[in-house]
Each structure stands twice: as C-alpha cells, then as structure tokens.
Design a protein around this ligand. Structure first.
Ligand code: HEM
Length: 343
C-alpha cells in the first residue's frame, strides 16, 4: 500500500475524506446500466497492483480511522461482538487468517513470527507488540477473535456449517448498512436474508447457499453489494437509526454532491481450516458523489442504474427520501454515451 494512514472521524464532524488514489481504486460495482440482485460470486483472486483486490485482506489509508471507530462503537455497545461458545476453534482460525495475510502482504506495518505455538505479533500502526501461545486464550488480553478483529478493517461474520446450513455464530459488526448483528446472531442463511426483497423468490439464496456449503479451503470467493448513505458514517446499524436516520432528510439540491456517498461492500468468503466455518468479510468503501465525478463514466452509469432501480430495492436500501436530489444532480452529466456491458 502506497498511501499514508490518516486519522479521521466517521461521526460528529466527519473529517473522513478520500485521496485521489482512494477514489481511483474504489470498487465501483456496476458493469451495466441496470441493477438487480444476482448470485454475483466470483473467485477471490489477486487483482492488479493497487486494486482493492490485490490482496486477500485490503488495508488502506483509512486503517487507523476505522480501527478507532470500531473501538468507539464497542465501548458504547459491546453487543456488536457476538461469540457463541462453540466457535473457539473458529476464533483461532481468524487469528491465523488475519495475522498471516497482513504480515505477508503489508510487511512494513505488520510482522508475525511463529515458533510452533509461540507466536509474536507486531502491529506497528496501532503500536501493538504481543507474544502469545496459539490456542491458549489466557495469553491474550481478550478473546482471540476480538483481539484480531479490532486490528483489521471491515465487519466479519463467521458462520458455523451444520445441517446443510450456515449459522451466524461469531461476528464483529460495527459498520453495517442498517441491520443488527445482535438480532441476526444464531440465525440461518435464509433467516437473516428474509428482509431482502425479491431475492428469495428469484432463488438467489437457495443457489448461493448451495454454492457456499461446498466452498473449499484455499479457494476464497467474493461479491459486491452496494448502498448509499448520507455523510461518511460507517455505523448505520439498526440500533443507531435514531442517530443517522434523520440525516436522510437533510439532503438538498445544494449539498447532495458532498453529502451523499455511494457505499460499496466488498464481501469475501473464506473456508477456515480447523473449525470448517466460513468467514464472511464485509469491507465497506465510501465515496461522495462529488469525488465519484472524477470518473464521468461512473457518474453516467450510476445515473442509469438509479434511474431504473426497482422501487422495492430503492425502499429497502433506504434511498427514498433523497433519491430525487441524487437523480437531479446526476442527470445533466449523462450525455447518453453508450457504455458497453462489462466495463
Ligand atoms: C443482505 C448477511 C452472503 C446476498 C444481507 C444482510 C445481511 C447479510 C445481514 C442484510 C439483511 C437485512 O436487511 O436485515 C450475509 C452473510 C453472508 C451473506 C452473513 C455469508 C454467507 C450472501 C451471499 C449472497 C448474498 C453469498 C449472494 C447472492 C445478499 C443480498 C442482500 C443481502 C442481495 C441485500 C443487500 C442490499 O440490497 O443492500 N446479507 N450475507 N448474501 N445479502 Fe447477504
């Protein structure tokens, strides 16, 4: 990563901002002029240098900002961390997944030394230097998954696989798009997806579940999902709706380009070796409409997608109160150029 870590806020005065490099690597999710849910799962292969998919776990200029945001959320509500007792093997799997990948891909920031079960972890940006015995929780200052998930960007839900289904039995979720991990804890794949409009009857969750049950260790997969938000606020959880919901009616024709953000979740799924659980990471990237306009093709495509979006999806994604302002701002920037599918 060739960007310096920034220290910004994702609440109150919202000092979060993207460098031009961050905008350039934004995972713009639309490759055609329309959008409907699909089983958009592909191998989580290494992308080109600098892309958000270059490495299995992406660290960017917002690393310190997001770790601090997670600390703030957990201090206020520790219920965003959920760990059912039978998930201890999965907790250690996660320690291994995150530490080995970060140390391999970002050696200037993270170092891991392994001598049998004696591990030594150094996280330079956060100033952590921890020796511990892998598998022995008493050698860490907190549960293993909480320890490591406070040091990585993105939310994580770890699913236990049993009875041909997946259950959300372990997770750290501090920056979600209007759902609640406390509510979903222990639910099965189709249960927690029940509020999503149209996708169940399109067979999307049947097919996705079937695919995931056969996910192989060493062959992770990924998909993207998207929303929009008002202000660069990561914690748009259902629990905190009273804090961010009212912002949705603060958008005007004058402030829409700076206040409204396209919010993309790069979701990767990894089979874990000891527990046979599946780790699901939800890594959120936010870019304001103003910044998105650096790339006119993105703006044209976004206009077409939003202008043709099924009303039920617009409602589910919580866009209704400000979508007219967004469309009004985007429309004059669409000159009608034909944008080939897949670009
Ligand atoms: C939405 C979790 C995998 C498709 C959601 C929601 C949650 C969730 C909590 C929000 C539901 C709500 O509104 O309460 C997960 C977990 C997964 C997973 C833990 C790990 C296995 C997948 C996969 C697909 C998928 C593989 C593939 C099609 C969707 C879609 C939505 C959704 C289409 C609606 C998103 C939107 O419109 O904003 N998921 N999901 N999910 N999920 Fe998943």
């Amino acid at each position: 990563m060739n960007m310096a870590f920034k220290q910004e806020t994702l609440r109150d005065d919202y000092t979060f901002s993207n460098s031009p490099e961050s905008v350039r690597r934004f995972p713009f999710p639309f490759d055609e002029d329309e959008y409907m849910y699909s089983v958009n799962i592909e191998p989580h292969d290494a992308g080109p240098p600098g892309a958000v998919t270059e490495y299995a776990i992406d660290i960017d200029e917002h690393y310190l900002t997001e770790c601090e945001e997670r600390r703030i959320v957990l201090e206020d509500d520790h219920g965003r961390y959920v760990a059912l007792p039978h998930m201890m093997d999965a907790q250690w799997d996660m320690v291994e997944l995150v530490m080995t990948n970060l140390a391999k891909d970002y050696p200037e920031s993270f170092q891991l030394t392994q001598d049998g079960d004696n591990w030594h972890w150094v996280n330079k940006p956060l100033g952590i230097d921890q020796q511990f015995v892998f598998g022995d929780t008493s050698t860490l200052p907190m549960e293993p998954f909480e320890f490591i998930s406070r040091q990585v960007q993105g939310d994580w839900v770890i699913m236990d696989q049993r009875d041909d289904d997946l259950f959300a039995d372990l997770g750290i979720v501090t920056g979600q798009a209007d759902w609640s991990v406390a509510f979903d804890a222990g639910m099965s794949f189709k249960e927690w997806h029940a509020p999503v409009p149209h996708a169940p009857e399109m067979g999307i969750f049947d097919r996705a579940l079937k695919y995931l049950l056969h996910l192989q260790y060493g062959s992770p997969v990924r998909r993207t999902n998207w929303r929009m938000c008002v202000n660069p606020r990561l914690d748009t959880s259902s629990e905190k709706w009273h804090l961010w919901g009212p912002d949705n009616v603060s958008v005007t024709a004058e402030n829409v380009a700076e206040k409204v953000y396209l919010r993309v979740e790069l979701q990767a799924l990894f089979r874990l070796p000891r527990s046979n659980a599946i780790a699901f990471s939800i890594r959120t990237y936010m870019v304001s409409l103003e910044d998105l306009a650096m790339y006119p093709r993105w703006i044209k495509r976004l206009y077409r997608v939003l202008n043709s979006l099924h009303p039920d999806l617009a409602e589910y994604k919580g866009l209704n109160s400000y979508l007219p302002y967004v469309l009004e701002w985007l429309k004059p920037q669409d000159d009608g150029e034909v944008l080939p599918k897949g670009t």
